[in-house]
Design a protein around this ligand. Sequence first.
Ligand code: CMX
Length: 137
Amino acid sequence: MEKVDHIGIAVKNLDDSIDYYIHTLGLKLLGVEKVPQQHVTVAFLDAGNIKLELLEPIGNEGAVASFLEKRGEGVHHIAFGVRNIRQRMEELRTSGVRLLQEEPKIGAGGAEVAFMHPKSSFGVLYELCAKRSLGDE
Ligand code: CMX
């Protein structure tokens, strides 16, 4: 893994939480984007060395809606930036890590993403995230 790229935080209301992060905590809003493939609208905030990704569910389907229903608002996942996502997925699979998909999916910003099941990662939902600008080697 290269580094932690962002921390995903599930929220019920994006506008209310953005207001808190910008005006109370003083972070800078980088952008807001709908990611229908993941059933979420996301907002990225600049937190210095990493970003925070606020995740508001679109409708009642999808992982974030289910998370909010069962566990309430809070930290949802940690995303590692990787260069060659397919190679990392294969290495993790070989090491016995349970991945949630065979192939990467498209996430926010057009990045290729894949998730590791929290049950094989000591209770943490980890994401692998390959930005287009990093490219696959
Ligand atoms: N972090 C840690 N543990 C989690 C979790 C999370 N975010 N979400 C679920 N779990 C745990 C649950 O607590 C539960 O544990 P117990 O059995 O001990 O109670 C177990 O995982 C199964 O959870 P569940 O509520 O039954 O939920 P599902 O199995 O339906 O889904 C998961 C869990 C991880 C497979 C699903 O959330 C998933 O596929 N996530 C990947 C995609 C995703 O999260 N997309 C949203 C982000 C998109 C983006 O960043 O753009």
